[in-house]
Design a protein around this ligand. Structure first.
Ligand code: PBG
Length: 322
């Protein structure tokens, strides 16, 4: 009986009416732009698996951060690729480490850019695992003090937010207490709370040279079929003091984003990861899709599912499309 009285098409008739009833809007402040930093000066290395993304030395990272800030992007997330790796990831903790230097360079050049740093060992260990090993097993409790020290070191360099992506149990509270003890109680933690053992990280591992040299990450990252476990991970991170929680990857996990959204009032971030990015870029290059529209549709979908913040390699192109 409702037809023909009810005609939803009336509100789709003009672009202006569609705008009036639009439920989800993307804005530049939604985006966090991830960047890969390397030691040196004047260095820019294209990442083959991620068209349009380069590894940059701190000076060039600062220049790119400045351009991004000018376009309206409020935050960057830094991943470091050091010159040397060892079993315990010592290069992660150095005062003049690659991320520490990049944080200082960015803060010097664009003081109002929010600088977020990745906290994890995988870019710094020669075996590529996210923590230190005891008899070939990633040792949770031995890794915690290293993560805490890395976070304090990044805060000292000027990081506003630290983002642990290692998936060790108890890392949020270890980092929180170490940062508080060091006088950084004002710096926030964005926890990769529900981070899945995903094949979508493939291009990142080339970019960060961080593929595990043996085995995989299933012993610490989450099993993709699980969602109740994700809620438990989020709950634990909140108890431990996380300020922002995260779901990662985004596209195959929109239901997880939705459920996390409904269980917490904390800001929720979603990571639109490297594999999600590269699939779009490669399909665009091949002329299979209208790349610009697909980018906006994906980012809108992630926001509609419930994410407040979207970490995305598309950030710079996306702000130009809004
Ligand atoms: C680990 C880390 C990874 C990503 C962010 N932090 C890779 C992994 O867990 O193997 C992936 C990000 C992406 O794919 O864009 N430090």
């Amino acid at each position: 009986m409702s037809y023909p009285v009810n005609r939803p098409r009336r509100l789709r008739r003009t672009a202006k009416i569609r705008d009036m009833v639009r439920e989800t809007w993307l804005r530049p402040d939604d985006f966090i732009y991830p960047m890969f930093v390397i030691p040196g000066k004047g260095k820019s290395q294209p990442i083959k698996s991620m068209p349009g993304i380069n590894r940059l030395s701190p000076d060039l990272a600062a220049r790119e951060a400045k351009a991004a800030f000018g376009e309206g992007i409020p935050a960057v997330l830094l991943f470091g690729i050091p010159d040397s790796k060892d079993a315990v990831g010592s290069s992660a903790l150095k005062d003049d480490g690659v991320v520490q230097n990049a944080v200082r360079a960015i803060k010097d050049t664009v003081p109002h850019m929010t600088v977020i740093t990745d906290i994890c060992m995988c870019e710094y260990t020669d075996h590529g695992h996210c923590g230190v090993l005891t008899e070939g097993i990633v040792d949770n409790d031995k890794t915690l003090p290293l993560l805490a020290e890395q976070a304090v070191s990044h805060a000292q360099a000027g990081a506003d937010i630290v983002a642990p992506s290692d998936m060790m149990d108890g890392r949020v509270s270890a980092i929180r207490s170490a940062m508080d003890a060091a006088g950084f109680e004002d710096r926030a933690i964005m926890a990769y709370s529900a981070k899945y053992a995903s094949a979508f990280y493939g291009p990142f591992r080339e970019a960060a040279d961080s593929a595990p040299q043996f085995g995989d990450r299933r012993g610490y990252q989450m099993d993709p079929p699980n969602v109740r476990e994700a809620l438990r991970e989020v709950e634990l991170d909140i108890e431990e003091g996380a300020d922002i929680v995260m779901v990662k990857p985004a596209l195959a996990y929109l239901d997880v984003i939705l459920q996390v959204r409904s269980m917490t009032d904390l800001p929720l971030a979603a990571y639109n990861v490297s594999g999600e990015y590269s699939m779009v870029k490669k399909a665009g290059e091949a002329g299979l899709i209208d790349e610009k529209r697909v980018i906006l549709e994906i980012l809108t979908g992630i926001k509609r599912a419930g994410a407040d913040l979207i970490i995305t390699y598309h950030a710079r192109e996306a702000v130009k499309l809004l």
